[in-house]
Design a protein around this ligand. Structure first.
Ligand code: NAD
Length: 477
């Protein structure tokens, strides 16, 4: 039985019942965690608050050393953490190992920025007066994380929050709390002071909401769906709390007639089907110039038909199960709707034969669903890719921008002018040009439109975990 991590130890919680954590590949219970209520959330937030003075009081470079050491300790335990992540999330072991490494790299990145937390100095404000701009941590940060990348998305918050001197109370998704809990213990053993990083377990409406509403929580760092993000934005606004909202997406990929079609097909396949399509930055709509559509589609179908579906623990499996039965039903409904709107199924479109257990679904390619079908209008959070032919760049960009979302986007072309035009005109927080959808710690990341607001990654993220204060200093004579 796993327990919340508060004040440097795992604490037993009784009273509100327990939540079962289930393996998406088998439907069997992996472990249970308690449903934390107001009392437990309060205890975790208090413990974070108590830790603030000591954590903020140490030199930033020391915080950096501690964070780097804690990150190293997590990396050393990767072989133990990756199977746990696969068991609770469903992703193939190889992807779980990549995810743990990404978590570590992000923490190391922010540990390395310890000496770059800057304020400002403004001379000669007045006769005998100058100004300083201080940069101070916010205090206790509530970090709410979804189930698709439970550790990477935690690292995106933990890194900038901790290095700038905040303390964190994290709430992982109720279906994927186990790796996060284990990581919290490892980081503490490696030297992260008690109370600096706490983890409470439970669902959104009970535990998550208690965290957002807690008066001592100064900032809400949220990654999740747009409907929940909207709700949390309203709650945070009620108390005028800071919020960073990393929400849903429906990322377009544009493939022009001069593109390297082999590389574009690979990027579309990996970009759509990594993590069984359950990535905010997945390629979710493909627009290809008519003249190369047949060739691109043929290459893509060839790649997709080779993707092996199965439990994440099986050697050679590239597509694990969807995370929950509900998630699979959602995608099935969207595919059915696309087919009834006129789409041709080029690959997949059904549950795989011979797999009774687990939430498996075949990687699916859909040609020309209608532009008002669900796959065009909604976020498709699973292994199905709709493809449309377009006549030119204008049409492609217009279609790309027709979504309410604006998270990522990509274009494949050898023409620099076209690429630049697309990067300028597509309404999204990221554009990859002739590149797979890799997120770099060096570059700020965050959505436009209904994909949210605020940035993670980059030195820019530090701004979202600090306040500035202006100070005027006047000489006495
Ligand atoms: P979700 O919004 O249902 O849940 C996310 C987290 O919020 C979970 O921990 C959940 O328990 C919590 N939560 C739910 N209701 C809450 C409430 N009322 N108060 C407080 N907390 C609450 O999202 P999901 O289905 O778990 O995740 C998938 C979504 O996340 C997709 O839309 C995906 O695109 C998005 N996502 C976005 C990014 C990004 O960086 N923009 C990254 C990954 C995932």
């Amino acid at each position: 039985m796993a327990e919340p991590f508060v004040g440097g130890e795992y604490v037993e919680v009784t009273g509100m019942g327990r939540i079962s954590v289930v393996d998406p590949a088998s439907g069997e219970e992996v472990d249970t965690v308690p449903l934390c209520g107001d009392e437990e959330v309060d205890r975790a937030v208090e413990s974070a608050r108590e830790a603030l003075a000591g954590w903020q009081g140490m030199p930033a470079s020391r915080r950096g050393e501690i964070l780097a050491e804690a990150a190293r300790a997590v990396m050393e335990r990767r072989d133990e953490l990756a199977p746990l992540l696969t068991a609770e999330q469903g992703k193939p072991l190889r992807e779980a190992r990549i995810e743990i490494r990404r978590f570590v790299l992000t923490l190391e990145h922010y540990a390395g920025l310890a000496k770059n937390i800057r304020g400002g100095y403004v001379p000669d404000l007045d006769e005998g007066a100058y100004g300083m701009i201080l940069r101070r941590p916010l205090g206790v940060v509530g970090a709410i994380v979804p189930w698709n990348f439970p550790t990477t998305l935690l690292g995106n918050k933990l890194g900038p929050a901790l290095i700038t001197g905040n303390a964190v109370v994290a709430k992982p998704a109720e279906t994927t709390p186990l790796t996060t809990l284990r990581i919290a213990g490892i980081m503490h053993e490696a030297g992260l002071p008690a109370g600096v990083f706490n983890v409470v377990t439970g669902d959104g409406p009970t535990t998550g909401q208690a965290l957002v509403e807690h008066p001592l929580v100064r900032k809400v760092a949220f990654t999740g769906s747009t409907p929940v993000g909207r709700k949390l934005a309203a709650l945070a606004a009620g108390e005028l709390k800071r919020a960073t909202l990393e929400l849903g997406g429906s990322d377009p990929m544009i493939v022009c007639d001069d593109a390297d079609l082999d590389r574009a097909a690979s990027a579309a396949s990996v970009g759509r089907f990594f993590n069984c399509g359950q990535a905010c930055l997945a390629v979710k709509r493909l627009y290809v110039f008519e003249s190369v559509a047949e060739e691109l589609v043929e290459k893509l179908v060839g790649k997709v038909k080779k993707l092996r579906v199965g439990p994440g623990t099986e050697e050679g499996v590239m597509i694990g199960p969807l995370h929950t039965p509900r998630q699979r039903e959602l995608v099935e409904g969207q595919v059915e709707d696309a087919v009834s709107s006129g789409a041709e199924v080029l690959a997949g479109g059904k549950r795989p034969d011979g797999r009774e257990k687990g939430n498996f679904y075949e990687p699916t390619l859909l040609l020309e669903p209608s532009h008002d079908s669900r796959v065009a209008m909604e976020e498709v959070f699973g292994p199905a890719l709709p493809i449309w032919k377009v006549s030119d760049l204008d049409e492609a960009i217009e279609r790309a921008n027709s979504s309410v979302y604006g998270l990522g986007s990509s274009i494949w072309t050898r023409d620099l002018d076209r690429a630049t035009e697309a990067a300028e005109r597509i309404e999204a927080g990221y554009t990859w040009i002739n590149s797979p959808q890799i997120v770099y710690d060096e570059l700020p990341f965050g959505g436009w439109k209904q994909s949210g607001y605020g940035k993670e990654h980059g030195i820019e993220a530090l701004e979202y975990y600090t306040e500035t204060k202006s100070v005027v200093v006047r000489r006495s004579s």
